[in-house]
Ligand binder design. Structure first.
Ligand code: TRP
Length: 356
């Protein structure tokens, strides 16, 4: 076959993929076009409201689900967190990918397609895509719930030579299942789960999540898993409570988003961001502390709550790992850890797992 017709075929295949991804997306949003991040279709508002109601009325400790941190403003604030001098995690993650992209790619079966769980802007993924594109045309499927982050990612990564990008505005597993079910028999899959996002699950939930990921894969497929390693407590606390207050703004924006999208009346001045180190669980916990006795009404959730002074709403956890724990975690989910690259400046590990 001439290069031209190979190219034509590729373009046709690509258009077909794009179309089917779009169709899938519009089904997902009940026929309505997704609005830029707000996802304010009746279904999404109802789901957001139900999640908020259930987590805020949990007996004992009130909570809010962390996935709602990432609306358009939240995603922009998270991008800012990633360049904070105190938050070394993203730079360590990116350094490892830049330094070892070649080694990583050399260990993959071919041909291989790439899916990324929670791509954000996808910046650090560039190194892997460029290394792969030296061997083969590369299909990259970023899966991301933030429409604005996904659009930025598609635009940036689509400019790399020999890389085709099709984004999925979906949650991790829905997106991954869609990607996995569309690939050809011959294509292997590399799943990227970077930034230590696995640490945002509780340990048991992290195990079950990795197991679900494993179930979408075939033996020999790979998962590149980023894990932030345990380090001294002051360094860890500063990474989640920076003096410029960017992380505080990111956390408080969750209350502002509830006000905007669900008709809430949180007074943000009456809450303070707090990061705690839980030594027994080896995790940072993020809370929003109520500074006074106050009531909050959230119209769409049909909810009134009374907060005591000092009471907190728990929004996120970030578990930390010992390098030697990763193999066991991988094994519990049906993977074998075949290689680990560790950053010395900010202890962080990139782990290459192979589906058994
Ligand atoms: N996945 C990031 C992490 O655990 C998310 C994050 C960073 C975060 N800073 C935060 C979440 C502050 C809530 C609040 O490192």
């Amino acid at each position: 076959m001439s290069t031209q017709s190979v190219r034509a075929q590729e373009i046709a295949a690509e258009n077909c993929r794009r179309l089917s991804a779009k169709i899938h997306d519009s089904q997902h949003t009940h026929g309505a076009l997704p609005t830029r991040d707000a996802r304010q279709t009746p279904g999404h508002v109802a789901e957001f409201a139900a999640d908020v109601r259930a987590s805020l009325t949990k007996p004992g400790q009130r909570e809010l689900p962390s996935k709602y941190l990432y609306d358009e403003l939240g995603s922009a604030l998270f991008e800012a967190i990633c360049v904070l001098p105190e938050y070394g995690l993203t730079r360590a993650d990116a350094r490892l990918l830049e330094r070892h992209a070649r080694d990583i790619v050399d260990r993959l079966p071919s041909p291989v397609q790439v899916a990324e769980l929670g791509s954000g802007s996808g910046k650090k993924t560039r190194w892997i895509l460029q290394a792969l594109a030296q061997h083969q045309r590369t299909y990259y499927y970023p899966i991301e719930i933030s429409a604005s982050a996904l659009a930025a990612c598609e635009k940036e990564m689509g400019q790399i030579d020999l890389v085709s990008v099709v984004g999925y505005e979906q949650t991790y597993l829905d997106g991954l299942r869609a990607v996995a079910s569309r690939r050809d028999e011959k294509d292997h899959l590399l799943v990227l789960f970077l930034g230590s996002s696995v640490g945002n699950f509780d340990r048991d939930a992290g195990d079950s999540f990795l197991h679900e990921v494993r179930k979408t894969l075939r033996p020999g497929d790979t998962l590149l898993l980023g894990t932030d390693l345990v380090k001294d407590v002051p360094t860890q606390l500063l990474a989640y409570d920076d003096p410029a207050g960017v992380t505080a703004a990111f956390n408080l924006n969750l209350l502002a988003r509830i006000n905007r999208e669900l008709g809430g009346d949180f007074d943000l001045a009456q809450f303070r961001h707090e990061a705690r180190w839980n030594a027994a669980e080896r995790r940072i916990e993020m809370h929003l502390r109520s500074l006074c006795r106050q009531t909050v009404h959230i119209r769409e959730a049909n909810l009134h709550i009374l907060l005591e002074p000092g009471e907190t709403i728990w929004t996120e956890s970030s578990h930390k790992y010992f390098a030697q724990d990763v193999s066991a975690m991988a094994a519990r989910a049906g993977f074998r850890c075949v290689e680990q690259w560790i950053d010395q400046a900010w202890p962080f590990a990139q782990n290459l797992l192979v589906a058994e």
